[in-house]
Write a protein that binds this ligand. Structure first.
Ligand code: NAP
Length: 302
């Protein structure tokens, strides 16, 4: 049984594909009010190439008593540890938790909240967004890397993902992948918020992007993640061009007045620099400016 916590964008994308492959899936929703709304909707809807498909997947609240062997954690990074703490009494011996959160920091928080479970980290380039409650659009096909820094042995259920058409690879260095994605995010997303622009418009600010990439590379080397620093600036420029027409996820969050994952992205990078007594003036200034912008909009700094 796949227990999936969070029926948001990624939770729905995973739940519906696993369910249509005939695998047993149960959703865990926040509380009985959310469960009631879900039951009124009658299930999840996944929209692919404009075609909606409906999946009446069973759902429960966190206080349900069914033991959990395999948990897909599909909430935001700032909700992850609390969500797992709530479920800790239900985790069976040898339970596994698959963590879909972007950025870094939440993985350690979850591992502390559930020390008895095996935590498998994921980094995904798939894209999905909520069109309405329990209705999700599969916006971008991509790839998901999975890995466990503590145990390089792949789990037996990777075949389930294959069967469900979830394109993935087992990574022997998932932390480098997460660091690389974090660095790309730090070089692009905060600037799009500060300049209030699409990704492509950062081409008008080449010096800022170059300074950030240089400091982020220094940080990655210092943190022992040299592989993640390779050709970072080239890759950032490639992403800016390839996604020129898009608004970054952080830009969308800020524009829509939603809490951002800043503490697990730029905030995590600045904390890591401080731990290593590394002075990175552009990165620190960017962090301060972003915090000020969030505060001005009444959004939290963490
Ligand atoms: P999302 O659409 O906001 O969904 C998060 C879901 O988690 C919401 O449905 C929320 O419930 C639920 N949740 C939070 N706390 C919960 C709890 N204690 N119990 C039950 N449910 C709980 O977020 P998302 O876009 O799927 O993102 C999830 C993670 O994946 C993030 O770290 C994000 O950065 C990463 N990611 C997303 C994408 C993407 O394309 N969306 C791509 C790559 C990575 P409510 O509905 O009740 O608020």
């Amino acid at each position: 049984m796949w227990h999936i916590l969070g029926a948001g964008s990624l939770g729905t994308l995973w739940a519906t594909r696993l369910a249509r492959a005939g695998l047993p899936v149960a959703l865990i929703l926040r509380d009985s009010a959310r469960l009631n709304s879900y039951q009124q909707a009658g299930g999840l809807t996944l929209i692919e190439q404009g075609q909606p498909q409906h999946y009446p997947i069973p759902a429960q609240t966190p206080d349900h008593r069914q033991p959990i062997q395999r948990l897909l954690l599909a909430c935001k990074a700032y909700d992850a540890a609390n969500a797992v703490s709530q479920l800790a009494p239900r985790l069976a011996p040898g339970a596994e938790i698959l963590l879909l959160q972007n950025g870094l920091g939440s993985q350690d928080e979850v591992a502390r909240a559930a020390p008895q479970a095996r935590c498998i980290f994921a980094s995904s380039t798939e894209g999905a967004f909520r069109q309405a409650d329990f209705q999700v659009v599969f916006a971008g096909h991509g790839h998901t890397w999975l890995g466990d820094p503590q145990n390089l042995q792949p789990p037996s259920w990777l075949a389930d993902l294959q069967h469900a058409g979830i394109v993935h690879d087992w990574s022997l260095d998932i932390l480098s992948r997460l660091w690389r994605k974090l660095a790309l995010n730090c070089a692009i997303n905060p600037l799009t918020v500060l300049h209030d622009c699409r990704n492509g418009e950062l081409q008008a600010h080449p010096a800022q992007v170059a300074c950030l990439c240089s400091e982020l590379s220094e940080l990655l080397h210092t943190c022992g993640r040299s592989a993640a620093a390779e050709n970072l600036h080239d890759d950032v420029q490639r992403v800016i061009q390839a996604t020129a027409a898009n608004y970054s996820s952080m830009h969308q969050d800020v524009r829509q007045g939603r809490r951002t994952e800043i503490a697990y992205l730029l905030g995590y990078a600045c904390d890591a620099a401080q731990r290593h007594q590394l002075v990175l003036p552009y990165l620190q200034a960017l962090h301060s400016q972003l915090l000020a912008r969030l505060a001005a909009r009444g959004l939290p700094s963490h």
